[in-house]
Design a protein around this ligand. Structure first.
Ligand code: ADE
Length: 267
């Protein structure tokens, strides 16, 4: 997977992604990251890349020419005249909201180009010509597209085979099945007078799995009822099995109670 970022602040991108798991994946060449300075492509002799918007209004706009030429240089380098054009993601609050399913889909691409806007945005004409995907990372406004780009590159990279070790694998995590993650504990067993839940020390894997699923469900129900409902819809059998198990348990307890009452009468 090769990421290409068109930006006015290349050092922000390179420094922001150079550590931890993503840094390791880059060192291993599983992913590559190139940050292209849009300013290097302006034909303006003062290196200007922005101007006032026609019709008036607050702030400045990034002009079409440097953005287009930076994009063209990257595409020509990738394609060397062949193959399909890579997808171009423009980060904007007006875009489709970024989700795990999108991260998975983008992870299938060989090349991705990110376009980071600044100031009040970018001249619409160049967006129309080069952008394939308009993406937002949430309902708030940031000062530029660099942080959203880093968020997306991080989330997409995790889905690229070989980036996570088996131990770190994304499969059992939040959103892979709509559920938020269960709470986790490490040593010591008691910290600030708080005990690790007994079931996790029991060594009973089945019980641990059941407890974790219950915790996940409860967390999701409380924090994200939208996700919880989706899970419920797709996992009706879980509730049927649970109800049957509880009914069996109740019956067993009733039998036990009846037997002990009988014993008491005989005595
Ligand atoms: N640029 C500014 N705010 C943004 C957001 N919320 N998502 C993506 N790009 C942005």
């Amino acid at each position: 997977m090769n990421f290409h970022v068109l930006t006015l602040f290349p050092e922000m991108i390179l420094q922001g992604l150079d550590t931890s798991i993503i840094g390791r994946a880059m060192a291993k060449n599983i992913i590559t990251l190139e940050a292209v300075n849009i300013r290097d492509y302006t034909t303006n002799k003062h290196k200007k890349v922005d101007d006032y918007p026609y019709g008036g209004g607050a702030g400045m706009l990034m002009q079409a020419q440097p953005v287009y030429d930076a994009w063209k240089a990257v595409v020509e380098k990738i394609n060397a005249g062949k193959g399909k054009k890579p997808r171009v993601i423009y980060l904007t609050p007006q875009g489709k909201t970024f989700r795990q399913s999108m991260a998975r889909e983008f992870a299938e691409e060989e090349n991705l180009i990110f376009l980071c806007g600044h100031y009040e945005g970018i001249d619409e004409r160049v967006l129309e010509e080069i952008v394939t995907d308009y993406v937002s990372i949430g309902d708030y406004v940031l000062t530029g597209g660099e942080l959203p780009t880093m968020v997306m590159i991080d989330a997409i990279s995790r889905m690229v085979p070989g980036v996570l070790s088996n131990k770190e694998s994304g499969e059992s995590e939040s959103f892979s099945n709509y559920l938020l993650e269960y709470p986790q504990y490490s040593r010591p067993e008691i910290w600030h007078e708080k005990r690790v839940p007994e079931v996790l020390l029991s060594g009973d894997h089945k019980k641990v799995e059941e407890w974790r699923l219950e915790q996940s469900l409860e967390r999701t129900r409380k924090a994200r009822s939208d996700l919880y409902e989706k899970w419920v819809e797709e996992n009706q059998d879980y509730f049927i099995k649970k109800a049957k198990k509880e009914a069996r348990q109740r019956k067993k307890e009733q039998k036990k109670k009846a037997a002990s009452e009988k014993n008491t009468c005989i005595l």
